[in-house]
Write a protein that binds this ligand. Structure first.
Ligand SMILES: Nc1ncnc2c1ncn2[C@@H]1O[C@H](COP(=O)(O)OP(=O)(O)OP(=O)(O)O)[C@@H](O)[C@H]1O
Length: 605
């Protein structure tokens, strides 16, 4: 299971941290909380008043045969009951309001924090696990805020008030009764810890189920293509079983809790009854007083019972909070400098200065990578799979930072500028095309949300996408399903090119698609790319050499090192690795290759 922070906080500290964090989100609602607290105090007062009326009836109204008072007493009890109902409604409504708002605010903080993480974080984190932290774990905290935060305080106040009153009435009896409370405290502490561990296991296994589900459903085509449904069902069942076992264990603890508290409470009641009866027999206590005392005892035990029930919520919340805090404690390594300035409008000079890079510290991916790309020219990176081509592009977008050396745009180190100002000026067309749920228009305008309809249409025309978009009944307003399943591969690519054309960046990173398309679609895409690349600085990660022959510079990369570079013609003459790759792709020369039926990317010089 993923642990993000160095380690999990010790038990008590994380409860304290949890309250502190919740307070930062709930603090602004202090007025609502105050109103809820007032309603809860009113409830306590009314609960205190009702036994007083009972005691009065038994001790005075009945012996004195005060028929005239019965109606008043009944009215008093009913009135108090009505008010009790009203205040209960008010307090529970206000508390759930505070809970929902707090949790909403915490969820948004968590989302923003996750968004601010660097790519290295997302490389090692499962999406389903994050989703379950943002949804499931945060929701668990809502229960605590709604029913717990304030209730804890009011129950304690009620407890103290009643205990003081009883001490005043009969100190000895009260002390005897309170003797069971240390036992309660010890029990709660001991079981509480074990409860938290078992709740944590429940939440972790449930995150496992979520992750598995998320990965499985988004790979549903693969699963069906390989007819692996029974295998996947079995793997899913294994995860749900682990979750069920963990829940059963956690339930065993929480089910044990209430009966034990009740047993200890009955112990207290037995003491009161026996001692009180003995005192009444010796004439030191009235019957009414014993009845009232027993009623108060119930009231005194109520907060204890509530607190013990709350213990469940607190431990479950603490376990959930630990998982939330682990994410909140992670610090991105790609951090903007405090005085970072916005990257000025770029001309397009790109320099890699002696760059070393590793995803994991012990596996170097780029070694002394040194490259200059002049403004408005096209540089193509070629090399075997895994040579480090995409990594070179990632460093330019500052998805990662070099371990040595630097990456500069127009002479400015990308580490010195605000990340957003850098990425706003980059256009990335990747082979892994992501279309978001929304309309075609929204997808094209993703990099420029304020674009006019005309601008969107022009970009689509330039990307040869306008015709197919118009053929849909809803045109630009057509919805694109999850990952654009309603579009063909070539159509998706043209949409992503239209998106980049509309953004109009000076610098383009093009991760060429490897998947072969039919000739017509391929030609349309190459034409769209010609429009996109013309006049801009382009870094092309090339898989097919047919498309880059006009590049101003071709860089051959092997195992993270540049082994040769030059123009297509220069490299062919050199008879090195490029020539080797070229001969592999075009065994009988480019004109005989089926792959060559494509328009080469333009020279941008
Ligand atoms: N996110 C990552 N975390 C760890 N290692 C990675 C990550 N991305 C790539 N690598 C490793 O870095 C090396 C270079 O990968 P890169 O994707 O840059 O190669 P590439 O030349 O673009 O390959 P391809 O042509 O197959 O796309 C590979 O060994 C790869 O396994």
């Amino acid at each position: 299971m993923t642990r993000y922070a160095a380690d999990v906080q010790p038990a008590r500290r994380s409860i304290w941290n949890m309250y502190k964090r919740l307070w930062t989100h709930a603090g602004s609602q202090w007025k609502t909380m105050l109103a809820a607290a007032a309603a809860m105090i009113a409830i306590s007062l009314l609960e205190f008043a009702i036994p007083q009326l009972t005691a009065y009836t038994i001790d005075h109204a009945i012996p004195d045969k005060r028929y005239d008072q019965l109606l008043w007493i009944a009215a008093g009890i009913l009135g108090a009951a009505l008010l009790l109902g009203l205040f209960s409604y008010v307090s529970s409504h206000l508390l759930s309001l505070v809970g929902l708002r707090t949790v909403n605010s915490l969820r948004n903080e968590l989302y923003r924090h996750i968004q601010s993480q660097d790519m290295a974080f997302f490389d090692k984190t499962r999406t389903g696990d994050l989703m379950s932290r943002i949804t499931g774990d945060v929701s668990i905290l809502q229960q605590l805020v709604s029913s717990g935060m304030l209730q804890i305080v009011t129950e304690m106040v009620t407890f103290l008030a009643i205990a003081l009153y009883m001490l005043y009435i009969d100190p000895l009896l009260t002390l005897l009764m309170l003797a069971t409370f240390p036992l309660l405290f010890l029990f709660t502490r001991k079981v509480g810890r074990r409860m938290r561990t078992s709740f944590r296991a429940v939440q972790e296994t449930s995150a496992e189920v979520n992750s598995h589900l998320q990965e499985n459903l988004s790979g549903i085509r693969l699963m069906k293509a390989y007819a692996s449904e029974p295998y996947e069902a079995e793997r899913f069942t294994a995860r749900t079983s682990r979750n069920m076992q963990a829940s059963i264990k956690a339930n065993r603890f929480s089910s044990m809790f209430s009966p034990t508290i009740d047993l200890l409470n009955y112990l207290g009641m037995t003491v009161v009854l026996l001692f009180g009866a003995w005192q009444a027999m010796s004439g030191r206590l009235s019957i009414g007083a014993i009845v009232a005392f027993l009623a108060y005892l119930r009231l005194l035990q109520n907060p204890v019972r509530q607190l013990s029930r709350l213990m469940n919520t607190i431990q479950q919340s603490a376990a959930a909070y630990e998982r939330i805090e682990e994410v909140l404690d992670t610090k991105p390594t790609i951090i903007e400098k405090e005085n970072a300035r916005a990257l000025p409008e770029i001309q397009g000079l790109v320099e890699y200065r002696h760059v070393d890079f590793a995803y994991q510290t012990d596996v170097p991916v780029l070694r002394d990578f040194h490259l200059t790309i002049a403004p408005g020219t096209m540089t193509a990176l070629v090399g075997s799979s895994g040579a480090g081509k995409s990594t070179v592009a990632h460093l330019l977008s500052r998805f990662y930072d070099p371990t040595q050396g630097s990456v500069l745009i127009d002479g400015i180190d990308v580490k010195e500028v605000q990340v957003a100002s850098l990425r706003k000026q980059l256009g990335i067309v990747s082979q892994d095309i992501v279309l978001l749920n929304g309309t075609i228009r929204e997808n094209i305008a993703y990099g420029k949300p304020d674009a006019t309809d005309q601008e969107v249409e022009e970009a689509a025309k330039a990307a040869h996408a306008h015709a197919f978009i118009q053929s849909f009944p809803d045109g630009y307003q057509s919805a694109v399903g999850e990952r654009g399943v309603k579009l063909s591969g070539g159509q998706k690519q043209r949409l992503s090119i239209a998106r980049a054309i509309l953004k109009n960046p000076r610098l383009i990173i093009l991760d060429e698609a490897t998947a072969a398309l039919d000739t017509e679609s391929e030609q349309l895409i190459q034409q769209a790319l010609s429009t996109l690349l013309a006049g801009r600085t382009c870094l092309v990660i090339a898989h097919r050499l047919s498309t880059i022959q006009q590049a101003d510079q071709i860089v051959v990369l092997e195992q993270g090192e540049i082994i040769e570079s030059g123009t297509h013609d220069e490299l062919l003459i050199r008879h090195g690795r490029y020539r080797q790759l070229y001969d592999l792709q075009f065994p009988k020369g480019p004109n005989h290759s089926p792959a060559h039926n494509k328009e080469p990317l333009p020279s941008t010089r």
